[in-house]
Every structure is written in C-alpha cells, then in structure tokens.
Design a protein around this ligand. Structure first.
Ligand SMILES: Cc1ncc(COP(=O)(O)O)c(C=O)c1O
Length: 364
C-alpha cells in the first residue's frame, strides 16, 4: 500500500472525497433540472475519470480534439462529443473511422465546405456521421441566426450527415465577474442559440440538442428551459483561476471544492527561501498568478525555472526544511493535468488508485 509521503514528486494528486463531492453536486443539480450531463474530458483526459462521471449519471464525455476522443473510444467511453471542428483530409478520414466504431459520436462543424468534405468521406465509407453546429461567441463557430441556418440547410441536404443540434459555448461568459454580469452574458448567448434553433426548426430541419455551458455558467444554463445538455469540465478539480470568478454570495466561487494539487519536495534551503522541485514543467504558466501553497501560511511561490519554484519564507508561519513535501493548488487545471502521465487518487493519505492520463498530449 502506498501513502501520500511515498509518491515521487512533482506529482499530480486528486483528493477523492472532494472530487466525488464535486461530481455528485453537479450531477444532482443537472438531474434535478432535467438536463443531460456530458462533462468535458479536456479537463482530465483520463478514462477512469470519465467512467466515474458516467457512473454518476453522465451520458458521455466531450473531447476537445479528435485524438482525445479516439483515446476515450479505445477505453470504451460512450457518448463522445468532439467540441472543435475536424479539418483536413487525414483527420476527416479518422473522424469517419471513429464514427464507424462509435456511431453515437457527435462532431462539431462550423463551415459549409468542411461539412461537405466530411459528408464525402462518410459517404465513401458508408457511414452516417452526427454533427452539431458550433455557434460563434468570440472564438470558433458560425454566427447564430441566419449564418447558422444556412449551414443547417447544407447539412440537411447532405445524405451522410445527421444534424444532432447546436453547440453553444461562450468561453468568456464562464469567467465573467461578478455573478450578475456572468448571468446576463450567459443568458444573452444562450438566448441567441435558442432563437437559432427556433429559426432552423421553422425551416423544417429538426435540431433537437442545445449543448454547452461550463463550470462558471452551469447554474444559469441549468435553469434555462431551452438548454438540453451541459458540458462543464473544470468543476471536478477546480483551480485558482476558477476560485476567483466570484459566486452569488461573494468574491470567491465556492460551488465546488479544490480537489487537485501538485505535490513538490523542498530540495534546497538557501537563506530566506525554500526551493521546491516544481517549476514551469510542473504547473500551467498561462495565468498572471502563481501556484498557491496548501497548509503553509505566509508563503508565496515564485517561478524559478523549468524544474524549480522559490518559496519566500520571510513571513512563513512555520519552519521549512529540505525534504518537506509541499502541495499547491494549480493556477489552471486543464493545462496542468496535461503535464502529467498519472493522477494519484488519494483517500485521506492513502493512495487508492493511480490513473493514467491516457489522452495526455493527444492534441492532434
Ligand atoms: C467547448 C467547451 N465546452 C465546455 C468547456 C468546459 O468549461 P469549464 O472547464 O470552464 O467548465 C470548455 C472548456 O474550455 C470548452 O472548450
């Protein structure tokens, strides 16, 4: 049996009690409101986590990339939704291959020519491919309204594509603060998606699904009668970034618990500082703040290179010595997870499981 103190560092740790509580909270919230739950696998890239989500009531698993979806399919995860467009002949052939072995997979499209190409590959293979129109809210997608209707008409006329519905993901809405502004932006974006579905269905084209939403917007989306399913990702782990978006009751977002930490070891103790064995290769570096130590008051982390971090001990509440293990909440969970081969799943201090992050690095 392995314990927390036996794990070689830097290492990714999951507090199973917090993870299970987050998962149950989201699953129950959505079930009580009659919404399908298709959590985003880009956060964890881990088939074991996807299996736990399905056991909690999820209908499947989103994937940000085709390669990620292929890994989930290889591990028997059903109900896949590839949330970004698949572009280029090589990838389209793989997408159709995936649709052949996992026929309920849905692929996002936002371009008429891309839809025609996908149809041609599917037709040659004798496969029907389910697609969702990705709507534009600032990154990818086709604008809601008439442009989306034009794409729906193209899809409806293509014999080997079947329109599953619309994807409405507004990434900026997820992190809009404060709470009231987040609600206003989310309801506005979703409102445009729902109006687009009405437009498409009035044209005689069935458009059953509206999928979207996130950890930051789930409350508003779950209360919106037009939304059929939600695809939140980060809620299972949480991170510093999400903690800062604010909740209904104050500046901290407390709907979910921090379940993910990176454990490091103090490897050097120069005067006034402690150097830990986690640097740029151990944490995401895409946010303007640094990892936050857990249970070590008065100490701040500073980047000290690829392999190291520097803890300023000037105001440390306790002594720190070489060999001490220090855990941190990562700034941003998704890109941090992508740095590790395994998640150590802990029950208290006991390692209950070590889960491979099988889709780690699978961005193609
Ligand atoms: C298309 C899509 N859906 C859902 C999510 C999940 O968002 P979150 O991790 O904020 O819950 C993401 C995250 O980037 C996304 O890109």
């Amino acid at each position: 049996m392995q314990f927390r103190g036996d794990i070689a560092t830097p290492a990714l740790l999951l507090d199973l009690d917090a993870f299970e509580s987050n998962l149950a909270a989201m699953a129950t919230h959505l079930r009580d409101r009659g919404k399908r739950f298709r959590p985003h696998g880009k956060t964890h890239k881990c088939p074991e986590v996807a299996r736990a989500q399905i056991a909690a009531g999820a209908v499947g698993c989103c994937a940000a990339r085709l390669a990620e979806a292929e890994v989930f399919a290889d591990h028997g995860i059903p109900g896949l939704l590839v949330t970004t467009a698949v572009v280029g002949s090589g990838k389209l052939a793989r997408a159709v291959g995936l649709a052949a072995r996992a026929p309920d997979t849905v692929f996002c499209v936002d371009d008429q020519d891309n839809a025609r190409e996908l149809n041609a590959v599917a037709r040659a293979a004798g496969v029907i491919v389910h697609v969702a129109i990705d709507l534009y809210f600032g990154r990818t997608g086709v604008p809601p309204g008439e442009p989306a209707l034009a794409l729906a008409r193209v899809i409806a006329a293509l014999p080997n594509l079947a329109l599953a519905g619309l994807q409405s993901y507004d990434g900026e809405a997820s992190h809009t603060t404060p709470f009231a502004a987040r609600k206003a932006r989310t309801d506005d974006s979703m409102g445009r998606a729902i109006a687009t579905r009405t437009l498409i269905e009035r044209d005689g084209i069935p458009c059953p699904m509206i999928t979207g939403g996130s950890t930051g917007t789930y409350r508003f989306d779950a209360d919106n009668p037009g939304v059929t399913e939600l695809q939140p990702g980060s809620f299972i782990f949480m991170d510093i970034d999400y903690g800062r978006i604010g909740g209904a009751d104050g500046p901290e977002y407390r709907d979910f618990k921090n379940a993910l930490t990176v454990m490091t070891t103090v490897v050097s103790r120069p005067p006034g500082f402690a150097i830990v064995d986690g640097g740029y290769k151990a944490f995401s570096t895409d946010r303007p703040f640094t990892p936050r130590p857990v249970n070590l008051a008065g100490v701040t982390y500073g980047w000290a290179g690829d392999e190291h971090g520097r803890l300023d001990l000037a105001h440390a509440a306790s002594e720190v010595t070489v060999g001490d293990r220090i855990e941190f909440i990562p700034p941003h969970c998704d890109p941090t997870v992508n740095l590790y081969d395994h998640i150590h799943a802990l029950r208290g201090d006991r390692v209950e499981a070590v889960w491979p992050i099988a889709a780690r690095g699978k961005s193609q």
